[in-house]
Design a protein around this ligand. Structure first.
Ligand SMILES: [Zn+2]
Ligand SMILES: [Zn+2]
Length: 368
């Protein structure tokens, strides 16, 4: 199959013919129909995520939807032809976290960096092994092999582009609001950085019936995207002090919930400062390796809450179909997020556009 291989950070991915082994008994082979260019991939491309956790060469891609091509011998509940959204967090269904309802934090499917859950590498160019992005996920390719828990069947009525977005940005952003923070109707919300995840936080806040949804970014085009998916206020942080603007909009109180959708320690701290006493700052974006967030020790008297959010605290088997249903009923305007689609051969253009902040979301169609 053809895949986009990253050999070294800060160099373009190469489109190459590679082989892919599998599926094994508890896995499925999926033909990738749409896959998003996400900031997490870009962190590896630009080198801000680096070291032993990101061995090269590597096939990136973790936000995807496609069609099941082949199922392993012990797979039940999935068959050839099923439309699926891929999850980048496979779960064992048996560990403590899975059992208490936090399968996104599963401890039973850990594997060394660059390998599948069973510890193997499956992609090869000639005799040379290629690493996968994480626990088998490598969707910048025509096919992907994933654990059965990482392919969630959805109705074929769902368009592939929107389905792909649910696999990362939308699950992460909407889940941050509905699952992680549990924003209540009437609450006030601020969203820092309105890329794919931030736009999804805005849409989650709309679904939660938030009263004020304040989007903050440095690019006016991104703030325009935010307004089209439901932001009630937009603040360009280069033209206006975001904390002062949030104060003006909330009668000097601060917001009930603030979301860092970029993963930057300065922005995380802004979220802490933007929430009212007793408010909740949710760190959704994945920060560069080694960075830390400075939190004032007056946090006791302020009674603020700082929460991490991984993958929207998702339970993919429940949440993916739920998000599909929201889309099909017109409650989740995912089509407004897809600015452009690219063939696999132009995948580097998609990431250059992401780096420039041009697209709400760029999608790659590996099968052309
Ligand atoms: Zn992502
Ligand atoms: Zn588990």
């Amino acid at each position: 199959m053809r895949a986009a291989v990253l050999y070294e950070a800060q160099t373009p991915m190469a489109i190459e013919e590679v082989s892919l082994d599998g599926p094994q008994d508890d896995e499925v082979l999926v033909q990738v129909r749409a896959t998003g260019a996400c900031h997490s991939d870009y962190h590896v491309i630009d080198g801000s995520w680096n070291g032993a956790n990101y061995p090269m060469p590597m096939i990136l891609g973790h936000e995807a939807a496609g069609v099941v091509e082949k199922v392993g011998a012990s797979v039940r509940g999935l068959q050839r032809g099923d439309h699926v959204i891929l999850s980048f967090a496979p779960n064992c269904g048996r560990c403590r976290m899975c059992t208490i309802g936090q399968p996104h934090l599963c401890s039973g499917m850990r594997s060394a960096a660059g390998t599948f859950p069973d510890g193997s590498r499956r992609h090869r160019k000639g005799a040379d092994e290629i690493n996968c992005f994480g626990r088998g996920m490598s969707s910048f390719a025509e096919y992907s092999v994933v654990h059965e828990s990482a392919a969630v069947r959805i109705t074929p009525d769902m368009p592939m582009n929107g389905a792909a977005l649910i696999g990362c940005a939308v699950m992460t952003g909407v889940g941050a609001v509905l699952n992680t923070a549990r924003v209540e109707p009437g609450a006030t919300v601020a969203v820092f950085a309105t890329g794919g995840v931030g736009l999804s936080v805005v849409q989650g806040a709309v679904l939660a019936n938030a009263s004020k949804i304040i989007a903050i970014d440095r690019l006016d085009n991104k703030l325009d995207y935010a307004a089209t998916v439901g932001a009630t206020h937009t603040v360009n942080a280069l033209k206006q002090d975001p904390l002062a603007a949030i104060g003006d909009i909330t009668d000097g109180l601060g917001v009930d919930y603030a979301f860092d959708a970029i993963g930057d320690s300065t922005v995380s701290r802004l979220c802490y400062d933007a929430v009212r006493r007793g408010g909740t700052a949710v760190i959704v974006g994945m920060a560069p390796t080694g960075s830390e967030i400075a939190i004032p020790s007056t946090i006791a008297g302020e009674e603020k809450i700082v929460k991490g959010c991984f993958y929207g605290s998702s339970r993919p088997a429940i949440d993916f179909p739920r998000l599909v249903d929201f889309y099909l009923r017109g409650r989740l305007p995912l089509d407004r997020m897809v600015t452009r689609t690219y063939p696999l051969a132009e995948i580097n253009d998609a990431f250059q556009a992401l780096a420039r902040g041009e697209n709400a979301r760029g999608l790659i169609s590996p099968v052309s």
